[in-house]
Design a protein around this ligand. Sequence first.
Ligand code: ADP
Ligand code: ZN
Ligand code: ZN
Length: 735
Amino acid sequence: MVVLRLALPTPMRRVFDYLPPAGLDPQTLVPGIRIRVPFGNRQLIGMLLDVSDHSEFPIHKLKAALEVLDATPPLPAHLMDLARWAASYYQHPIGDALAQALPVMLRKGNACEYAHEHLWRACEGAVPEDAGKQAKKQQAMLALLIKHPQGISTDAIRAEGYRPELLKPLEEKALAERFIHHPHHANSERTEDLLHEAPLTLNAQQRTALEAINNSDGFAPILLEGVTGSGKTEIYLQAIELQLSRGKQALVLVPEIGLTPQTVTRFKQRFNVPVVALHSNMSDRQRLDAWLDAREGEARIIIGTRSAIFTPMRAPGIIVVDEEHDASFKQQDGYRYSARDLAVLRAQREQVAVVLGSATPSLETLHNAQQGRYQWLRVTERAGKAKAPSFELLDTRHTHLQSGLSTPLIKRIGQALEKGTQALVFINRRGFSPTLSCHDCGWIADCNRCDANMTLHRSPPHLHCHHCDKQTPIPARCGNCGSDQLKPVGAGTERTEDTLQKLFPHIPVLRIDRDTTQRKDAMAKMMAQIHSGDPCILVGTQMLAKGHHFPKVTLVAILNADSGLFSADFRGMERTAQLILQVAGRAGRADHPGSVVMQTNQADHPTLQHLVQMGYYAFAQQELIQRQQAQLPPFTHYALVRAEANGSGRAEAFLRAIREQMETDILMPAGVRWLGPFPSPMEKRAGMHRAQMLIQGDNRRHLHQLLDTLTHYLEQTKEARKVRWSIDVDPVDTF
Ligand code: ADP
Ligand code: ZN
Ligand code: ZN
């Protein structure tokens, strides 16, 4: 009796039993191979977890699988284990978790091999006359093949005006043959020299950090805390160089490749080895080829965003997570895994170093470093001639603002431009204005599907809800009193751009936000203009905060970062501090000294003062003490259960019922507490009413004991079919 235990991409948290396809040799059933099975009236591609000699289900009810797709598993066993571990840790259905570890083409059942096409060519020595005197058309076809010694596809043959049917008789006469062509060559020219360009000479701090990384042996989790502009990338490059010289590969995770094309360029410029970047602008085919290059060891450096954490490597040497604090490493819907945390686990399994780099490390990572779990390397000075920027708080409480800009700030921008340098203005809101309000009665244009205001956009003119994506025309009259006195209130990037353009009519103003970077090469174009070095003003959202190196920017102006100081989320302060320092870190990164001016209504806020005067490290120490006193992560562990339903109160009632039922049925594991349910901070979103419940555990093991039971309850409850629920383990925000 052979029973296949399969992980299938369904929302169900279980394994499915099937019988093998008829006539299959059981020896070929290696865990990890993909198998196509019938499922309801569809077919699914599953992954074989193991083979059993029995099933909990009556054998006669089991269906037979249709087809085995692989001779060997696409994913190496240890990555399959990692994906299984992640499914269990993040309480995600195993079939979907495993599917997400594969490139899309493999999920869809395509062969696990490089792109290839079938081409035709003439057999060696064949001449047209060989086709026979009577066969003029075959002769012509053969002549065509002879003209294409590299091979020609049937499509191309047809395009040349020939009938591919003529190939068959030629093949039978052994005059033409079909062969498989691989257009893909990752590794066409391999030379001895690894480097295109010489590495920079490191300063003392960089050298100490590099030596520590290079001297590590086996698994070594390392926090590289280096202020903005301290040359962390140079340290990565040289650490990777050592691994390459040993014949190893490197995996580099970055927050968003589209935003930092420079990173990829720097790797390609440095190394004379195949570098692949996995990003969202690639076709599924290109991704599979790149993935295979990584797996086969052809690609020596793999740069990718979050999902690249599951890319197999033949000879892993090092893993780098750049800007490790960035929230984008945590998937925020569906399968809510943290690629940063999985990177550490993966490094342990592959026995390599993992470098978590940031100027503003997450408190989790700092805590791990302080506890001695991670080696902690610090680079406190900027590299080369660059100096740390000066930082100034500009109190805006009693000043007049022109579209959010104070007079002293406008003056400072003017000065930066006069010096022939560039200014960067950060405002964390896109659109023209965050609200459209009635001057007569105070009505505000809000979204009827969300507890949120509609954002006013000018180009093109419309109202847009940034939470559910609803878009409407701009109303001519107030929805409450009918007045036509509707006024934009507050400023977003469009309005700031507008105002700055009016103030500085002869200077280009570049707006960088999600709306202006949608087009494929828009970002690259703006980057080119910035790097030309001519005076200009950059206006943008946190997109500007992500690791960019703008040598000519000397002034960074921060308009509205202080709102985060009062966030209901316990991470609000940490996020705000990271954002402020990352934006500030764009100032003065090269020869020109930089300054940062932050407009704020909270100039005496003690935390803000502390951050500005003492820097991130001191801020983080204080924040950690407060987290410890309040028993918040990283000193305890959180899981957030979210629920949403049609109709007010239903989601909350559902969570409450689950909690009450569990409280009567089971003993809470020690040190695990319920908090809530509460309505979510944004109670209504996209027409759904939302509630959430926090579960806090003093240790992970006990928390997970409860989560395993909880998931079971959630799945079994009938109510659960009318409510959408999800579990977020180690949530990065609690909204
Ligand atoms: P980070 O990633 O830490 O913000 P980067 O790696 O982007 O910093 O480095 C900032 C700038 O300093 C880059 O232009 C880089 O080429 C330069 N740099 C790095 N290390 C050195 C060095 N040892 N000597 C001179 N310049 C350096
Ligand atoms: Zn009104
Ligand atoms: Zn909405």
